[in-house]
Design a protein around this ligand. Structure first.
Ligand SMILES: NC(=O)c1ccc[n+]([C@@H]2O[C@H](COP(=O)([O-])OP(=O)(O)OC[C@H]3O[C@@H](n4cnc5c(N)ncnc54)[C@H](OP(=O)(O)O)[C@@H]3O)[C@@H](O)[C@H]2O)c1
Length: 331
């Protein structure tokens, strides 16, 4: 029987307890594919879940981590064999099924995606749920008419994981990108990813006009709240917004005027896509959307550092993507 290390979340009085534990396969949620995890990452949802916020985790104990990359160790499904390199994200891993913050994971074969050709396990982990979200947003925006010659694209929460990868992918594809960030020292990083301009965050206004100067052909929004409302007021006619985040608030106070006078489009993004869509989007990530700055975006840690970095993510103190190197020593 294999033994391995995991960061396990246990119920606590005020918030979950975090325990780096030695476990066996019997401790994991059921599944017919066992994966030796090479890398996982920290997404904002992992940080919320590890503090017991938003009732993300409802059954305990639980191993967090909503994405992972690794190598198949055992498979009872004919589609996978030992040695296959794979990616798993969403479908409830790290939430109601044990996730990637462990050296071994066990999941149903239907959730397992072969590693797309042209990406390494490390590169796919830097991309993770965050990069998938950015790429899916871009895919939907382009299906809705966005193209590089139509004008600038604003990306909010710019130093975040989704936004950093979005800036990189957009710039590689020829878009002119304006990065919106609350971090005063982030400009060199954001210009280095390919942004052509950097702007500060939007403050809520008491009584905003329903329409303001039209500026953006597209927008990818990590923030929600006042930022998303402002975007609806400042899009160009026919402009396309992809809304995927609520890092700054869940409310949306706007009017129908940008929709009926400028014809703007507001696209909702839920990255927990069905498998056929994942295949399309991951092939684009490995191909025409391929980011060029993964090394600058990634910060690599080990499992011992994971609790500290979960807290830093929640406090907005990290930049880009935090990737966990699982170390590979399963007994
Ligand atoms: N819909 C989906 O399927 C899906 C998938 C992935 C992520 N998400 C959501 O998308 C958002 C971004 O995720 P992520 O993993 O990129 O998170 P992240 O790495 O923590 O980045 C979030 C960024 O938002 C900005 N921010 C944080 N607090 C803010 C505030 N109070 N007001 C304004 N801006 C603030 C910060 O950027 P600056 O300091 O640069 O401004 C921060 O770096 C989160 O809300 C996450 O839950 C949704």
């Amino acid at each position: 029987m294999h033994t391995f290390q995991a960061l396990r979340l246990l119920p606590g009085e005020t918030e979950p307890l975090r325990q780096i534990a030695t476990l066996t396969l019997d401790d994991l949620s059921p599944g017919n594919v066992v994966i030796q995890v090479a890398y996982s990452s920290i997404n904002y949802k992992d940080a919320l879940a590890s503090k017991g916020l938003n009732a993300i985790i409802r059954s305990w104990p639980r191993i967090g981590g909503i994405d992972l990359t690794g190598t198949v160790l055992e498979s009872a499904d004919a589609r996978f064999a030992p040695g296959d390199e794979v990616v798993v994200h969403g479908f409830g891993i790290g939430v109601d099924h044990d996730g990637g913050h462990a050296q071994l994971a066990r999941v149903p074969a239907d959730w397992v995606l072969p590693l797309p050709k042209g990406l390494s396990l490390f590169e796919a982990a830097v991309i993770g749920v965050a990069g998938y979200t950015a790429a899916y947003a871009l895919h939907l925006m382009e299906l809705n008419g966005l193209a590089p010659d139509q004008g600038p694209v604003l990306v909010s929460g710019a130093t975040g994981g989704v936004a950093s990868l979005a800036i990189d992918m957009l710039a590689q594809r020829g878009y002119q990108v304006t990065a919106m960030s609350g971090k005063a020292d982030a400009t060199p990083y954001l210009l280095g990813l390919g942004a052509s301009a950097v702007t500060g965050r939007i403050a809520p206004q008491d009584q905003p006009k329903p329409l303001e100067k039209s500026q953006w052909a597209g927008a990818m929004d990590s923030v929600g709240g006042a930022t998303l409302a402002w975007l609806t007021r400042t899009m160009q006619p026919g402009g396309v917004i992809a809304a995927f985040g609520n890092a700054g608030g869940a409310e949306l106070a706007t009017t129908v005027l940008p929709f009926i006078l400028r014809g703007i489009r507001l696209l909702g993004i839920n990255a927990n896509s069905p498998m056929p869509l994942r295949e399309i989007v991951w092939n684009k990530i490995a191909g025409e959307y391929r980011p060029a700055h993964l090394a600058q975006i990634a910060h690599v840690i080990d499992m011992q550092e994971l609790p500290t970095y979960l807290d830093r993510t929640l406090a907005g103190q990290v930049r880009g993507r935090t990737v966990i190197d699982m170390g590979g020593s399963v007994q």
